[in-house]
Write a protein that binds this ligand. Structure first.
Ligand code: ZN
Ligand code: ZN
Length: 326
């Protein structure tokens, strides 16, 4: 599907020498040689330009020389061919990592190679299933049961809504909806051209990304953390109103209410009575109220999520177990 493991060789031509840089999703960016004298000097760079690998269809060049593209004045980029990819691991870091301006995201864009794909598939019940794949994230389902409503809280809709600011003057939507295309089997493919590291960090529930990704309107850190960590598995509507009550979280189509009791011991008798009345009223309306204490959430969020998933009859999709909550 996504040939997302494409690596590149950059060739800088200076007055008396050529510099070869490798840019690879698996090996990073490094200088292969700075000492290429000229064409045919027999350095590792020259060797790479001429190297072939044997395949069933005969010899195949390691680099796609015909498809090479000029990146800048005196700078060319070549893709490794598919058979040539295996050659990458044989290359050694000769010098320190390359810190120049050319990133794999630039090259992917230049070669029309998205960094990631969001795939949308319509399930039998009319809901949408979203999958994701990139050079760093193996293809996997990230959301099921999405109805693509305007404020759908599923992770895929949230990614589609995301924008990425390279700088304040250049804000680009994360997903390029304008160049989406359909597949013969009815899937919709949405390319992502920007560096996908933010999304891959988000999908692995990286705390640094989680905090900046989720909205900031929660009343307590407990609610915030719960939302951030449950987002990948559950379509949670925070602060959802039912009748005269406001639920901490709701899964409205399943009529599941989730209440977090952060400071149960601080509660007055009046508050406890109020909670009990509310739970009874919700029960009468057909809601299922699940209460979790702060200790339960902080100690084992995955068990809380499991419990809700089981009740909601949804399959868990997030990686686990979660080793650290912060
Ligand atoms: Zn050379
Ligand atoms: Zn959605």
């Amino acid at each position: 599907m996504l040939d997302g493991y494409v690596s590149y060789a950059l060739v800088y031509t200076e007055q008396t020498r050529r510099i070869f840089v490798i840019v690879s999703p698996t090996r990073g960016r490094f200088v292969l040689t700075k000492e290429c004298a000229t064409e045919g000097c027999r350095c590792i760079g020259c060797f790479l330009l001429e190297a072939t690998v044997e395949t069933d269809d005969g010899p195949y060049s390691v680099l796609d020389l015909e498809g090479g593209k000029q990146v800048q004045d005196k700078l060319f980029a070549y893709r490794f061919t598919k058979p040539g990819q295996m050659f990458i691991d044989a290359l050694k870091h000769q010098y320190a990592d390359y810190r120049g301006p050319i990133t794999i995201a630039h090259l992917n864009k230049l070669f029309d190679q998205p960094n990631a794909l969001l795939m949308i598939d319509r399930a039998d019940d009319g809901t949408f299933t979203h999958s994701y794949v990139s050079s760093t994230v193996a293809m996997r389902v990230i959301s099921r049961g999405c109805r693509a409503t305007p404020h759908c809280p599923c992770i895929a809709c949230r990614i589609v809504d995301m924008a990425y600011a390279e700088n304040p003057d250049n804000i680009v939507p994360t997903v390029d909806i304008s160049s989406s295309r359909g597949t013969p089997d009815g899937k919709l493919l949405l390319p992502i051209w920007i560096d996908d590291s933010i999304i891959s960090a988000l999908l692995s529930r990286d705390p640094a990304i989680r905090h900046s990704f989720t909205p900031n309107f929660f009343e307590s850190p407990l609610e915030q953390i719960f939302y951030e960590l449950a987002l990948l598995d559950l379509h949670l509507y925070p602060q959802h109103r039912v009748g005269k009550y406001r639920l901490d979280f709701a899964i409205p189509d399943k009529m599941i209410a989730i209440e977090l009791d952060g400071h149960e011991y601080h509660k007055t008798k009046y508050q406890r009575t109020h909670d009990a009345q509310r739970d009874r009223w919700l029960f009468g309306q057909g809601w299922h109220v699940l209460r979790f204490t702060g200790t339960e959430v902080y100690k084992d969020i995955d068990r809380c999520i499991d419990e809700i998933c089981k009740l909601a009859k949804v399959e868990r999709l997030s990686p686990r177990p979660l080793t650290r909550i912060d």
